[in-house]
Design a binder for this molecule. Structure first.
Ligand code: SAH
Ligand code: SF4
Length: 343
């Protein structure tokens, strides 16, 4: 609930307005039960137990990288579903990469989550629970969030927007929008919707191809919203919000990593305030895709930068624990069968 919804609920229960503020703060401090709310009367706590629940995500499995302390979690939800999240430690603080859905409908051919099918949307509080489970487990505060775990955030638009507003609220975890990134495969109408909210978050767009022919082969969503339409929406987003867009480009050996692809990409992105993140693809078994060779990455960057497009190779954290989503859930549930690295 938003704080004003809680105020409304308290008034229905015949409670004073300030109770809402107290309860809101407790909820966002990460308590797991109403009994921990020590400044709330026993009677009211009992009423809350009978009419509400506090969302929780239980840690089922945890992998810790020996290289850089990145932690990957498999979390279970009360209905028996599993999601994954990853906690990364940077010099400026802790960044959490959380899931927005159980599975994904989008079916990208290189993605472990996409290959395992869709189960359900996550609620806003289930997204917050992932952060709280990590904070409790490590005794730390999370300062940055990326919506880049399992699922397509813009396919769960209302819950994701609710999550963004809750997590950035002053009496909530108070994580500013500028510390949040949302990654999308390109659901064009929802990019316009998001732009109209004028949130100061960073939008990452998973492009992964310079033309419709390659993109439609690897990302089925492109058959509905082609690259021209997608980039038009991105330009609109930049114009409305004044924010630079970051384009994700997974480099797949022999598929999208040629010089010609780099030139085509540079041409497409001309005139945009954009940044390209190149990511050597994580090989997911069953897909037959392999990482591009290192010299391809440098050639690609050179071509882009000669055209004035800034590009970097994304630093890989947690490489020894495959800190990428889709695969822990796969092995826990058997979803999608084959084992392999995720996103
Ligand atoms: N559904 C959203 C966010 C979750 S996926 C999206 O697609 O943007 C997070 C990122 O991981 C996306 O950029 C996605 O394209 C990328 N990704 C998926 N599978 C990958 C793989 N095997 N290797 C590298 N990146 C991958
Ligand atoms: Fe879904 Fe993103 Fe994976 Fe595509 S890359 S299947 S949109 S999670």
């Amino acid at each position: 609930m938003y704080e004003d919804e809680l105020v409304q609920y308290m008034s229905e229960l015949g409670q004073p307005r300030f109770r809402a503020g107290q309860i809101y703060k407790w909820l966002h401090s990460g308590v797991k039960s109403f009994d921990e709310m020590t400044n709330i009367s026993k009677e009211l706590r009992q009423k809350l137990v009978e009419s509400c629940y506090i969302s929780d995500a239980t840690i089922e499995k945890k992998l810790i990288s020996a290289y850089d302390d990145t932690r990957k979690y498999l979390l279970s939800l009360p209905d028996g579903e599993y999601v994954e999240s990853v906690l990364m430690h940077y010099h400026h603080g802790y960044t959490s990469c959380i899931s927005t859905q159980v599975g994904c409908k989008m079916g990208c051919t290189f993605c472990a989550t996409g290959q395992s099918g869709f189960s359900r949307n996550l609620t806003a509080s289930e997204m917050i629970s992932q952060l709280q489970s990590e904070e409790r487990d490590c005794g730390i505060r999370i300062s940055n969030i990326v919506l880049m775990g399992m699922g397509e955030p813009l396919d769960n638009y209302d819950n994701v927007v609710r999550f963004l507003r809750l997590v950035s609220s002053e009496h909530g975890m108070n994580i500013g929008m500028r510390h949040i990134s949302l990654s999308t495969c390109g659901i064009v109408p929802r990019i316009y919707d998001l732009a109209s909210l004028h949130l100061q978050l960073t939008l990452s767009v998973s492009l992964h191809a310079p033309n419709d022919e390659i993109r439609s082969r690897t990302m089925p969503v492109n058959r509905k919203y082609g690259i021209d339409e997608l980039l038009r929406a991105c330009r609109h987003y930049c114009h409305e919000t004044g924010r630079r867009i970051s384009f994700e480009y997974a480099m797949i050996d022999g598929v999208n990593d040629s010089d010609a692809c780099a030139r085509e990409l540079a041409q497409r992105l001309q005139g945009m305030i954009a940044h390209v993140n190149l990511i050597p693809v994580n090989a997911v078994s069953g897909t037959g895709y392999r990482k591009s060779k290192t010299e391809r990455l440098s050639a690609f960057i050179n071509i882009l930068s000669r055209s004035g497009i800034t590009a970097t190779v994304r630093r890989t954290l947690g490489s020894d624990i495959n800190a990428s989503c889709g695969q822990l859930r796969r092995s826990a549930t058997g979803a999608g069968g084959a084992k392999g690295e995720g996103t």
